[in-house]
Write a protein that binds this ligand. Structure first.
Ligand code: GLY
Length: 388
């Protein structure tokens, strides 16, 4: 296993300082972002408000809950509850919910609010979101379709990111006792892990199937540099997604998958342990970073450390602390005049000669980068009851 003997680990004092500043930053933002949400990415370092109509809005509410856990400040609790009202309205009115991102939306917002303060509205909204999510399950291919109309062959595909949407289904199963949620999640994980991971343990972003037979067809790396490369965030979703898959299924075959997907991520890190937006790139490339991938992968390693033998658990915890040291020192916002976000130098969607992506949020903060930064730090200072 790859180790980084010359890298320092983040200290408890630094974690405390980072969470103090992050929580203060979240509180400063409440004036604007209580009845609105942060846009997916900042522009010149500053987020603009949007209504609750995009796949990313749950991360901002998740930051509010993490800041509430850190401070106990009731302004945060009140804001979190107001945002849950918005999520309940969104699922009741079915506003922009015809896609698979129900977990990204409803786990850090509504499941979190239910777990932390017993929000009944949060529970109701999250179960409705789980019901919405299972409408996207294809019984022939045995996967949840990411986006697009369900009857279109060109959309008959899953994406690696979806592994983070499945904890919502396991939570709904635990809450209601209804097996359908767990059965669909189990099947999706099986199909996803059997297909999105390449022989060298790099990952496809997205994988297509034959609509008639359900047979695997081909992979594509939609948000990465090119089809054959490893999109950094896709690989990070793979690290965290496999850890969560193991948490909920305890299938032994997922352990080596986690280790190998993680190893691929780690062997492709640049000197400061924060990846460029595609793992094809490294130091000297002049390409933008995706700092969010670093925090996402660290969260996955810290989750998996709970289930591993001591030596492996110590190994992954150490690497997570080394990564977070770099994110904190080199990427985190330290002055509110510089940005109203938490972590700079992330990349949402970058155009390349080989992809069809728009140039959105390149070298900016993004909402999930901020959220997973706080989650990783929170995991490092307490026995955190996860929202996923
Ligand atoms: N789930 C979409 C993304 O990571 O950009």
């Amino acid at each position: 296993m790859l180790t980084f003997p010359d890298k320092k680990e983040i200290t408890t004092e630094e974690i405390q300082k980072a969470l103090d500043f992050s929580s203060e930053q979240v509180i400063r933002n409440l004036d604007i972002f209580t009845d609105s949400f942060q846009k997916a990415y900042s522009e010149n370092g500053f987020y603009q408000p949007i209504p609750n109509n995009y796949w990313t809005t749950g991360f901002w509410t998740g930051e509010i809950w993490l800041a509430y856990e850190h401070t106990g400040d009731n302004r945060l609790k009140d804001a979190g509850e107001r945002q849950i009202d918005s999520f309940l309205e969104r699922i009741n009115k079915k506003i922009e919910v015809d896609h698979h991102d129900m977990g990204f939306l409803y786990s850090p917002s509504c499941v979190a609010g239910y777990k932390l303060i017993g929000s009944k509205k949060g529970r109701e909204a999250a179960i409705k979101a789980a019901d919405q999510l299972i409408t996207r399950f294809h019984p022939v291919g045995e996967f949840i379709q990411a986006w697009g109309p369900m009857d279109a062959p060109e959309n008959y595909r899953l994406i690696i990111d979806c592994l983070l949407n499945l904890p919502l289904l396991y939570w709904a199963f635990e809450e209601t006792g209804e097996e359908k949620y767990k059965e669909i999640a189990d099947k999706h994980i099986h199909t996803a892990l059997a297909n999105v991971i390449r022989e060298d343990y790099s990952t496809w972003h997205t994988f297509f199937f034959d609509m008639k037979t359900g047979a695997p067809d081909h992979g594509a790396t939609c948000q990465g540099y090119r089809d054959g490369s490893a999109w950094a965030r896709g690989q990070a979703w793979g690290v965290y997604g496999t850890a969560l898959a193991y948490k909920y299924t305890h299938r032994d075959s997922y352990l080596p998958i986690f280790k190998n997907v993680c190893e691929y991520f780690l062997t492709h890190l640049p000197e400061d342990m924060v990846p460029y937006w595609d793992l094809e790139f490294t130091d000297g490339s002049n390409e933008p970073r995706d700092s969010s991938s670093a925090s996402i992968a660290a969260c996955g390693m810290l989750e998996m450390a709970k289930y591993l033998e001591k030596e492996d658990a110590v190994h992954y915890t150490r690497i997570a602390k080394q990564i977070m040291k770099s994110v904190y020192e080199n990427y985190a916002v330290k002055d509110e005049k510089q940005s109203n976000g938490l972590v700079l130098h992330s990349t949402y969607s970058n155009h390349s000669p080989y992809n069809t992506c728009n140039h959105y949020g390149v070298d900016e903060c993004n909402s999930w980068g901020d959220y997973f930064y706080m989650e990783a730090l929170t995991r490092l200072i307490k026995d955190w009851r996860l929202y996923w």
